[in-house]
Design a protein around this ligand. Structure first.
Ligand code: TXA
Ligand code: MG
Length: 418
């Protein structure tokens, strides 16, 4: 299972080498792409380097980090507490990797799943990595750039997502730059991330095993593995009785959050309450369904554009209609009522010049596409300075796609904060 570094083209190889050098010889973290989201990496064996991750992100010290490895020998080294970082291998004939994880490693590594493992005695992980827990999370990413960086460092890398704490996770190098400029020196740009939501975090040390965070590997994929047939859902993102109401933001916790409040429309969501109905003049919309342009809300002299600045609807096109069939989507209903409530004489569907600007991002109907684009869409709308972001949720009941991960992040972004 050797990975050949020469597959990386010349220029990239040089910059990768420099980045690896920086990781091993300085305490400044380096941002790098993985298949899920960009990570902010540091040598997991040195406290000063790991502390610098928390400082750069503004992350609370009690939130543990995931340790990234490039190979099973490297993981075994971590589990046996050997100071020889590259070494490891089998320890006195006994494999340190718990049996329960072997089917997952075989099927999903390298890939978007993080395993909770026991911290050994004489662990050489910096204690800050685990935030004082007796366990640590480990993951072998499948991004070639991530794997080659790990290989070049020869050290396990602790890496949370490379966003500033509370912000949406970064799925492009530019997102990392926006959040962390002035705080780090190096971002390895690998283009947009393949998956777009973070790894699934699983705990196989408890009985039954459980999913601590939904992510790039689905519950259905897990259930097909021996020992994981009855995997429990160990996270909570739905609030009792709230499924039929759109989620409105509150004040306290922030997670995956753009600056604008997020209002999430779960499947079957009802009409919005008074809070969401307050007059908004700059509106962001993230769509995940096909909207037929048949609403019949004729906008006149209104500046409605998509995020590329392209006019969707303008005075020069007074018959243009906005949004989908009113009966097909509660989000489209919302948009219509927002416009009707805040614009005088809106019952005639005449909108004053520049009264409202709507930026509209269509993520398409495929779950994978929604996952790839969701964090980026939240950030893009933030840059437009919208006052609210209405998001059309997706159906996460089936368990055989990564909709659960997408809706988990969106529910947190739209969490009622009391
Ligand atoms: O896809 C990913 O996992 C990305 C890329 C960069 O690999 N990383 C990532 O890291 O999402 P972060 O720090 O944003 O999220 C780590 C998650 C947190 O929910 C944390 O609480 C959990 O993993 N975690 C880490 N160690 C843990 C442990 N010992 N026990 C329980 N949960 C743990
Ligand atoms: Mg994160």
């Amino acid at each position: 299972d050797e990975w050949d570094i020469q597959y990386v083209e010349g220029n990239d190889y040089e910059s990768l080498r420099r980045a690896a050098h920086e990781l091993v010889h300085t305490d400044t973290p380096v941002a790098f792409p993985t298949e899920t989201v960009y990570g902010l990496g540091a040598d997991a064996t040195r406290s000063a380097a790991v502390k610098a991750i928390f400082a750069a992100k503004g992350r609370p010290a009690d939130n543990p980090l995931i340790v990234h490895v490039h190979s099973l020998p490297q993981l075994r080294g971590l589990l046996s507490g050997r100071s020889d970082v590259e070494g490891g291998g089998k320890q006195a004939g006994k494999d340190a990797i718990p049996e329960i994880y072997k089917p997952l490693i075989e099927r999903f590594w390298p890939g978007p799943i993080t395993l909770i493992l026991p911290v050994p005695e004489n662990s050489f992980l910096a204690p800050e990595v685990t935030a004082g827990l007796t366990t640590f999370g480990a993951r072998m990413p499948r991004s070639i750039l991530a794997l080659s960086l790990l290989r070049l460092c020869g050290r396990p890398l602790a890496a949370p997502s490379a966003n500033a704490s509370t912000r949406p996770s970064p799925t492009a190098a530019e997102h990392v730059f926006d959040d962390l400029q002035g705080r780090i020196h190096t971002i390895i740009d690998g283009g947009p991330c393949e998956v777009g939501v973070e790894s699934t975090v699983v705990d196989g040390l408890s009985s039954p095993p459980s999913i601590l965070r939904p992510g790039g590997i689905t519950v259905e994929q897990l259930r097909q593995c021996p020992g994981w047939e009855n995997v429990a859902i160990g996270y909570k993102d739905k609030q009792e009785g709230s499924a039929s109401k759109p989620r409105a933001p509150g004040m306290k916790y922030r997670h995956y959050s753009p600056k604008a409040p997020v209002v999430l429309f779960e499947a079957g969501a009802s009409k919005p309450g008074p809070e969401e109905m307050k007059a908004k003049r700059r509106i962001g919309i993230i769509r995940t369904k096909n909207w037929e342009p048949t609403l019949g809300l004729v906008a006149e002299n209104v500046n409605i554009s998509n995020t590329n600045g392209q006019a969707l609807c303008s005075s020069s096109d007074p018959t243009a209609s906005l949004g989908p069939d009113a009966s097909s989507s509660s989000l489209s209903n919302l948009l219509r009522s927002v416009i009707q409530h805040q614009i005088p004489h809106a019952e005639h569907h005449i909108v004053k010049p520049d009264a409202i600007q709507v930026w509209d991002i269509d993520l398409g109907v495929e779950t994978e596409g929604v996952a790839r684009g969701i964090f980026s869409a939240l950030r893009e709308l933030d840059k437009k300075g919208v006052e609210v972001i209405y998001v059309e949720g997706i159906d996460d009941k089936s368990g055989d796609d990564i909709a659960a991960a997408v809706m988990n992040r969106l529910r947190k972004a739209a969490e009622i904060r009391t």
